[in-house]
Design a protein around this ligand. Structure first.
Ligand code: CA
Length: 510
């Protein structure tokens, strides 16, 4: 009799043992090139709306401090693939060729039984490794009629690149996905990279609007070390005609102005529009530039909506981790700039959004200091694959689940190497904590120290301020510790002419 009483319990235990374990989640990594969080409405953008990207944040988690280790395109991609800083993965600058023979997270996922796919912008010179399927833009790729590299061949497709990359990704999911395996799809856009060609749906977007200017559009770079004033990435002086798609109105001398009056009559508003100079001309360029940039972002947003809709239609959304990020931040006029490279906040911080139904709390915000260095370890952890000891990042899976470890990092190491190079940004390394940032321009032996609480826009270095001497000492010690922890070698200190990207110079291809 006693045994009979036990039978229902035994059956329950057996049922529990034979139940399928939680299936490994699929991973869709949505990645863009040069998308600043300041042009994402989930981050409170004042210049645009991104309703589809916001869906990921609304249904998932938004990270406010995803800090890159080296704010430039190919190096960021290499950090993501390897989980190692640039000095260990070999991709110090865009000029290096990625060593695809080294350990990467796609290879490890593939070995663990994941179906892996890479579609869109790759930008690492060598061919992708670790993927069951890949179709990638050649180099930077154009905005229209792109040619793709596929194993052993190239194919050209007519149309707008952002739409086409989505078509290819959806087609792969529809026709090539193996339903017996979990998948990891890297769905990577060229947009909103320079030279910002919008798609046909967005030519007129913002046509009748004035986009707000950042408060430091006319930064004079005083109260800082010398490099910020000596770069080649200002909206005022360094955007070229190809960027602006229109020759800027030229300021007229008195003789030209008199000629204008002979033809058009007395000087009026039209005269002033045709005769822009100084700050007015910079404002004109800012509007031209930022509208084109935001139009390409709108193309990304629409297409991310297509991807999310597809996952829902196919009931793939429930067991798929959708992650959105970009290879670095970007300047939309802050400090008077476009481009990236600096350790200053706008280019240091990348957007990071994560949706994982049933696991990530919808609408949550995470302020922990995370990094693109962590992505590889995170993907492996999500898949239940052990994280190799030589990866330098940490898994974000506990953070996704709302459990930030108590010993989570409180400082971040950064280093930028591409000098001499486009835009003349000096090599620098530094440490960022929650409140402070110490930067060493080691080629010039110059330093900057910012108190981000008192000076969030980083307009005033307090490196020489005696009130911060103790802070400076502590940060230098932390910087030394991080360099040792990450095994950073002393860098060379190259000199030579940089490429300022003046009008008429070759168009940069970063
Ligand atoms: Ca980039």
């Amino acid at each position: 009799m006693k045994l009979l009483k036990f039978i229902p319990f035994l059956l329950l235990v057996l049922a529990g043992c034979t139940q399928d374990p939680q299936p490994s989640p699929n991973i869709v990594f949505i990645f863009t090139d040069d998308h600043t969080a300041r042009a994402l409405s989930a981050y409170g953008s004042v210049v645009n709306k991104t309703p589809n990207l916001d869906r990921i944040a609304d249904e998932g988690m938004r990270f406010t401090q995803c800090l890159v280790t080296n704010s430039i395109c190919a190096p960021s991609r290499a950090v993501i693939l390897t989980g190692k800083h640039s000095h260990l993965n070999g991709q110090l600058t865009n000029g290096n060729r990625f060593d695809g023979a080294q350990q990467t997270f796609p290879k490890l996922l593939q070995a663990a039984g994941y179906q892996t796919s890479m579609i869109g912008k790759w930008h690492l010179q060598s061919e992708p490794t670790g993927f069951d399927y890949w179709q990638v833009l050649i180099g930077q790729g154009p905005y229209y009629n792109p040619r793709f590299l596929v194993p052993g061949d190239t194919v050209q497709i007519e149309g707008y690149t952002t739409n086409i990359i989505t078509d290819l990704a959806l087609n792969w999911l529809e026709t090539q996905r193996d339903p017996e395996k979990p998948f990891m799809l890297m769905y990577q856009h060229k947009a909103p990279h320079r030279e910002w060609h919008p798609g046909p749906d967005h030519f007129e977007l913002y046509a009748d609007e004035n986009i707000p200017e950042p408060a430091n559009l006319f930064d004079d770079y005083s109260n800082r070390a010398s490099p910020a004033a000596e770069q080649g990435m200002t909206i005022a002086r360094h955007l070229n005609v190809e960027d602006l798609k229109l020759a800027p109105p030229r300021s007229m001398n008195e003789e030209q102005a008199a000629e204008w009056e002979k033809v058009y009559g007395p000087r009026n508003d039209e005269f002033h529009e045709a005769n822009l100079e100084g700050d007015d001309l910079t404002r004109w360029k800012y509007q031209r530039y930022v509208k084109e940039y935001l139009r390409t972002v709108a193309g990304v947003d629409d297409n991310v909506g297509r991807m999310l809709d597809y996952l829902e239609e196919k009931n793939l959304d429930e067991n798929t981790v959708v992650i959105y990020s970009s290879d670095q931040g970007w300047y939309i006029g802050e400090h008077g700039w476009y481009d990236k490279r600096w350790m200053y906040e706008e280019s240091l911080v990348a957007p990071l959004l994560v949706r994982w139904p049933g696991n990530v709390q919808p609408g949550s915000v995470n302020h922990a200091m995370v990094s693109n260095l962590d992505f590889a370890a995170t993907f492996l952890d999500l898949a239940g694959v052990s994280i190799p000891g030589d990866m330098q990042g940490k898994s974000l899976k506990p953070l996704f689940l709302g459990e930030t470890p108590e010993d989570w990092r409180t400082s971040h190491y950064y280093q930028y190497y591409e000098y001499p190079g486009y835009h003349c940004v000096e090599r620098h390394y530094g440490v960022r904590t929650d409140r402070y940032k110490l930067i060493h321009f080691y080629n010039r032996e110059e330093w900057e120290l910012f108190d981000l609480e008192a000076d969030p826009m980083e307009m005033n270095s307090v490196y020489d301020d005696p009130a911060y001497s103790e802070t400076q000492t502590k940060l230098k010690e932390e910087l030394r510790r991080l360099r040792e922890f990450y095994a950073v070698p002393d860098d060379e200190r190259p000199t030579g002419p940089c490429i300022p990207n003046e009008r008429g110079a070759p168009t940069p291809r970063q």
